[in-house]
Design a protein around this ligand. Sequence first.
Ligand code: TPP
Ligand code: MG
Length: 402
Amino acid sequence: MSLYRTPSSSILKPFSSSYPLFSSAAGHYSDLTIETSVPFTAHKCETPSRSVHTSPNELLAFFRQMALMRRMEIAADSLYKAKLIRGFCHLYDGQEAVAVGMEAAITKKDAIITAYRDHCTFLRRGGTLLEALAELMGRQAGCSKGKGGSMHFYKKDAGFYGGHGIVGAQVPLGCGLAFAQKYSKDGTVTFVLYGDGAANQGQLFEALNISALWDLPVIFVCENNHYGMGTAEWRAAKSPAYYKRGDYVPGIKVDGMDALAVKQACKFAKEHALKNGPIILEMDTYRYHGHSMSDPGSTYRTRDEITGIRQERDPIDRIRKLLLSHEIATEKDLKDIEKEMRKEVDEAIAQAKESPMPDPTELFSNVYVNGFGAEAFGADQTRGGLNIIPLEPKPDGKNSEK
Ligand SMILES: Cc1ncc(C[n+]2csc(CCOP(=O)(O)OP(=O)(O)O)c2C)c(N)n1
Ligand SMILES: [Mg+2]
């Protein structure tokens, strides 16, 4: 028996290639109501309405934002292969609708915390291309001053708390953020993102228990891209219905390739969380790249499966079709936007390359309290400290040994 699923897998099944979406056939609109691709499925709660309010401007913004993300991730792939990005690098292409739809439903006072597939979430929180690309290349102009790399993007002033490399570790941290929000009664919520692989971790269940017990305003967003590294969900999870896995915590299954459905679900979930406490949103999505840059991504799934998802469910194409069928934009307008995004990314890469690497004196800053952790000792300690690295630069900016 083959361990792997065939291309006719359930990933492709629920979604048809036709789009029975439109409230009206054509024309120009200031407001639009569009039906989600598939119905929401709920566990222990109501379902949000399938009719999503939007506007030409919002659809154009979604297209632009997702085209920018896609371009940035493709550029990161090339930069990695050119060895300008080193270390770990996990790309988000395919999953863009989750970041874009979620942001459209909330404010920057709400918090987001995620795992290591964080580049695009950072962009939608208001991070710049330069900060993202410079961080990927380990440069000072990066959002973590070049010291975090791909997995450690942050933007605290916009409520973005990372960027975490330990699978599942961000989940209880997110509940801590929600605890603070409830304590300060500021009417905000935390969106905690984790993958289908992370969904099998014990700490998720501990976090669900405490957050339900204390009615914390937290939304658990399971980005189900159907694989954890090279392991398909069905090999790792007894029940891959992640929206039901909170037991006493309600949940909703959402088409995570449909930015409007994501927006609708996140709006619903925020209201729910403020009134009743935690809720799970399972986003049914897909990653086009392998797990990370060291995974070609084609040994544990078929090329047909990837191509099938691209053709039938691509989140950018979905918005493209809406823009065209409502005559909000022409093919040429959309091609021009894509060209513009490409140019923006190229310019940011050029600028990022100009930015220097972090100064060696930065090695321990933000790691140890100033004045501590500055000494590295060799094996022969009879001679005292070896290789002493000074923590604080001298006033003239030069380093010296103690
Ligand atoms: C505690 C822990 N165990 C294992 C790993 C290695 N690891 C990194 S990513 C990953 C898979 C996680 O998959 P998923 O949660 O589905 O997220 P995705 O990569 O699909 O976004 C694993 C096992 C880790 N980083 N941390
Ligand atoms: Mg996964």
